[in-house]
Structures are given as structure tokens and as C-alpha cells.
Design a protein around this ligand. Sequence first.
Ligand SMILES: [Zn+2]
Length: 81
Amino acid sequence: MIFDKTFCPGSKSFREPMPEDYTCQQCGYEVEIWTHELRGTCPKCGASVFKERTPSCIDWCQHAKECVGEETFDRLMEGKE
Ligand SMILES: [Zn+2]
């Protein structure tokens, strides 16, 4: 296995972010949160909308930091308990 130039599929959402819709718990408004972000702000009521954090390869892959980039990695780890 060569890790240097290959990326695991699990990190795709962090390297190529896509917007996903989440429902604001305050007002029910559909809030877009990108796949590489952990939270967003509701444009309607200003509440913070948190994603349910799902375990990903970032949690266990020792190459995660270089895979998704240090900035993204640090932000993802920030939301971890
Ligand atoms: Zn709202």
C-alpha cells in the first residue's frame, strides 16, 4: 500500500466539500453545511446548527492530517470529544 500519492475515499468529502442540508433546531429552516464543516449558522434566526458528528477515516487514519490538510484536520478534531 502506498499512501503518499493516493487518497482514501473516506476523505473525499473533506477534500472536495459538498453542501448538505440540515434543519435548524430553532426555526426549522434548511441550513446548508458543507461536508468539511462541523457547524453552520442559520441565515434566518442566527442560531448555530451543528452536524451530527459521524466517525470517519479521519478519526483512525494515521495519514489523515496530510490527507485532508492540516487546517481541515485541526478543525475536525476541534469538534471531537
Ligand atoms: Zn433558524
